[in-house]
Ligand binder design. Structure first.
Ligand SMILES: Cc1ncc(COP(=O)(O)O)c(C=O)c1O
Length: 408
């Protein structure tokens, strides 16, 4: 079965050699069962979504952890923001792309996370990619967990600092990296707060202790933890009772906080000011659209007023994890709403995901290069938007398909 028929027109404006090679590679992916097909959602992101051609499915794969994507306050703020500020900025921040709503949102983020300052970007990808080069150079060492997010890896590649990778959440390996970097001017340790493919929480107190011992800067990408961890959703530092103990926090506005685009870096005033001066993903790309800033501000305010959303997320997570284990699945242990089940081969994970979709449950399979080879998985994500009936229906489908495929 080829994706492109022999007599499909070759594009006239793409080099023929390139087109032929790409078609062959894509066909090979298709034959191996690892070619990604995009599914089109009709309507809003929510606990149940209507997928084009498949109908209503229980959504267990969005980052809509607090269910704020279709929250009335957030949507109202976006509409009002569009009326007030128009469609976009048409400029980078330092030319004419800074609006009063950026200042208001950045003050709110800083206040929410109890840090002195913050700076927004059009995505957390951009926040991380633009973080390191302005702060560090050849005399410095960047020390990163092996399983950190791709945008951290790319950000590190764009920085001239020396690099050291420590084994995933392995404090001995981190200690060795720090020990061998004693002579550097600065050492910066960067970790995901919650690891997006594993759902594990970084051992922040241990990392902080090592950073203190070696006078290292601690940076945490809390994209999956903001709005999720801690009693009030202030993230990994709150989870461990470590308010104000992380030097730099990056995170997204595109997951729990309303699911729009946007990200930020929160830190000291000097760090933020230096990013304004020389972070390339700040200097050379448009600023966050004002309507997104309005929506994100409303999402944080909503979260502050409704900590019970975080409690519901935690309760749903416990319920779902216990339900999955009772069926005989062995998810990666943990307490976060990211609940991955390792399947092994990419094609098998994608097949499981396909069969679950046919049973009305939307869970995506991940394989290489998103996760290491041989560790393909389905990643279930729980939300405060889920009611018990959604979780029960999803578990029933997992039982049916799991037994059919001899997984449980
Ligand atoms: C840990 C982590 N950091 C950063 C990002 C990027 O977030 P954004 O969509 O805001 O660019 C993601 C998103 O997948 C993530 O999981």
């Amino acid at each position: 079965m080829t994706l492109y028929e022999e007599n499909d027109l070759m594009s006239t404006n793409v080099n023929r050699g390139l087109e032929t090679r790409l078609r062959a590679e894509l066909d090979e992916m298709s034959e191996k069962g690892i070619h990604k097909e995009l599914l089109y959602i009709l309507g809003k992101q929510s606990a149940v979504v209507d997928i084009d051609g498949l109908g209503e499915t229980i959504n267990l794969c969005s980052n809509n952890y607090l269910g704020l994507c279709d929250n009335a306050d957030v949507m109202r703020a976006i509409k009002d923001g569009t009326d007030k500020y128009g469609a976009g900025t048409s400029s980078v921040r330092f030319i004419c792309g800074t609006f009063d709503i950026h200042r208001e949102l950045e003050a709110k983020i800083a206040d929410f996370l109890e840090v002195p300052a913050s700076l927004t970007y059009t995505s957390a990808w951009n926040a991380n990619e633009g973080l390191f080069a302005p702060l560090l150079s050849e005399e410095d060492v960047l020390i990163s967990d092996r399983l950190n997010h791709a945008c951290i890896i790319d950000g590190i590649r764009l920085c001239k600092a020396q690099r050291k990778i420590y084994e995933h959440m392995d404090m001995d390996s981190l200690r060795q990296a720090l020990e061998s970097s004693r002579d550097a001017r600065h050492r910066l340790v960067i970790t995901d707060g919650i690891f997006s493919m594993e759902g594990e929480i970084a051992p922040l107190p241990d990392i902080r202790e090592l950073c203190d011992r070696y006078d290292a800067i601690l940076a945490v990408d809390d994209s999956h933890a903001t709005g999720v961890l801690g009693d009030t959703g202030r993230g990994t530092p709150e989870h461990f009772g470590m308010h104000g103990e992380v030097d730099i926090v990056t995170s997204t506005l595109g997951k729990a906080l309303g699911g729009m685009a946007g990200g930020f870096t929160a830190s000291s005033r000097a760090v933020v000011d230096m990013l304004i001066q020389s972070s390339r993903t700040q200097l050379f790309t448009n600023s966050l659209p004002p309507f997104s800033a309005c929506g994100a501000l409303a999402a944080i305010e909503h979260l502050e007023d409704h900590p019970e959303l975080v409690t519901k997320l935690h309760e749903n997570t416990r319920y779902y994890r216990e339900g999955l284990e009772a069926l005989g699945y062995k998810p990666i242990p943990g307490e976060t709403p990211i609940v991955p089940v390792i399947i092994g081969e990419t094609a098998d994970a994608m097949n499981l995901s396909k069969q679950l979709l046919q049973e009305g449950v939307f869970v995506i399979g991940f394989g290489f290069p998103v996760v290491p080879r041989g560790e393909a998985r389905i990643r279930c994500q729980v939300s405060a938007a889920h009611e018990r009936e959604h979780l029960d229906a999803a578990l029933a489908a997992l039982k049916k398909v799991g037994e059919r495929l001899h997984l449980i």
